[in-house]
Ligand binder design. Structure first.
Ligand code: NDP
Length: 337
């Protein structure tokens, strides 16, 4: 069957495309320009007949996806601004909401073969200030607090809060649209909620600035000697990019996923603990002073945890260990200097 992947040149999307192709699917990948599709063409050259690329320059335009949804059996919607430095709502909120609604609207009109639409939401659409340390968030939680902050202080809201608001609003719009139209469509909706996605990138990396945001943050937390104790004590929840990609494909085949929000997480740690683990995996990098050690005995109490239970139970996937996730990511960083 044929699957439409939006934002196909992105970090996670390239892995989703690869997993789909490996499992025998035909893929229609959407990118913003020919140039953005170049790497996909090269990387997947052995799948030339199974990978079709199409260009949608502006996902905010009415009917942007009308042609793209024709003849596909499923959709993986991943195109959305992932940035913590956006200022104007048009840089982050509008593309997130209009892109998501645009896909659903086009699927309503022209997606006569579509059976399932998977939207890559995020734990960003779940997060709120944790009421106590080690608070466990699950799929019943929504990012309303971030939306409220952005409504109140707009441009001055911190970048991460803006991003969370964009993901929350886009996902809410999706469920609302689906609930309004569910009697008219033959497809259902699934939202996936990964935390920090880490793992070897397939897209071209010439320097750290080519890393997507989650890898940039991972990279800076391991390599930046000026990180404060406060920063190193901070919690991060993680999943390997190979696992989030498998989850995107698995949910296409899983009846029980219909209508579900699903967190796809593996575990939680602190950045200092990531350094501690890395130093046991790669003592050479620390002995030679390439990586800063931080303060190995910092308090490792977690601020919050995204419950991986539902996702693990529903999809039954075996997740890549944190050790292998870190090792494989470092191997790519080293190979690219
Ligand atoms: P990338 O930045 O690597 O990919 C983002 C993709 O979205 C790119 O293809 C990009 O296209 C496209 N895109 C961004 N803004 C626009 C826009 N205004 N119009 C059209 N296309 C746009 O990010 P990731 O792979 O990390 O993220 C993919 C998805 O997963 C996103 O929806 C993100 O919110 C979600 N996610 C990511 C997590 C992570 O840790 N990485 C965690 C949770 C969720 P272009 O290259 O042309 O800019």
């Amino acid at each position: 069957s044929r699957v439409l992947v939006t934002g196909a040149n992105g970090y996670i999307a390239m892995w989703v495309v690869r997993t789909l192709l490996e499992q025998g699917y035909t893929v229609r990948g959407l990118v913003r320009s020919l140039e953005k599709g170049k790497r996909l063409r090269e990387y997947f050259s052995s799948y030339d007949d199974k990978l079709e690329l199409a260009i949608v320059e502006d996902i905010m335009k009415d009917g942007a996806f009308d042609e793209s949804v024709k003849g596909v059996d499923a959709i993986e919607h991943m195109a959305s601004p992932v940035t913590f430095s956006a200022v104007e709502p048009d840089e982050y909120i509008s593309p997130a909401i209009k892109g998501t609604l645009g896909i659903l609207k086009s699927a309503l009109k022209f997606g006569t073969n579509v059976k399932r639409i998977v939207i890559t939401s995020s734990v960003a659409a779940i997060y709120g200030t944790p009421p106590k340390p080690e608070h466990v968030f699950d799929e019943t939680s929504w990012g309303d607090e971030s939306v409220k902050i952005v409504e109140e202080i707009g441009k001055d809201a911190p970048g991460v809060v803006k991003y969370r608001a964009s993901k929350t609003l886009a996902e809410k719009a999706a469920w609302e649209f689906f609930n309004q139209h569910k009697s008219e469509v033959q497809w259902d909706l699934v939202t996936l909620h990964p935390p920090f996605v880490i793992g070897a990138p397939l897209h071209e990396i010439k320097s750290p600035k080519d890393l997507n945001v989650s890898l940039q943050i991972f990279y800076s937390n391991l390599t930046d000697a000026s990180k404060t104790e406060q920063q190193l004590k901070a919690t991060y929840n993680y999943v390997d990019v190979r696992d989030i990609s498998k989850a995107h494909v698995q949910v296409l085949q899983n009846d029980k996923a219909a209508g579900q929000r699903i967190i796809i997480a593996n575990g939680a740690s602190t950045w200092q603990e990531a350094r501690n683990l890395t130093s046991t995996l790669r003592p050479d990098l620390y002995a030679s002073g390439v990586l800063p050690r931080g303060k190995s005995d910092l308090n490792k109490t977690l601020e919050y945890i995204y419950s991986p239970e539902k996702g693990k139970k529903l999809l039954g996937l075996e997740y890549v260990s944190q050790e292998n996730m870190i090792k494989d990511t470092l191997a790519v960083f080293e190979a690219r200097g």
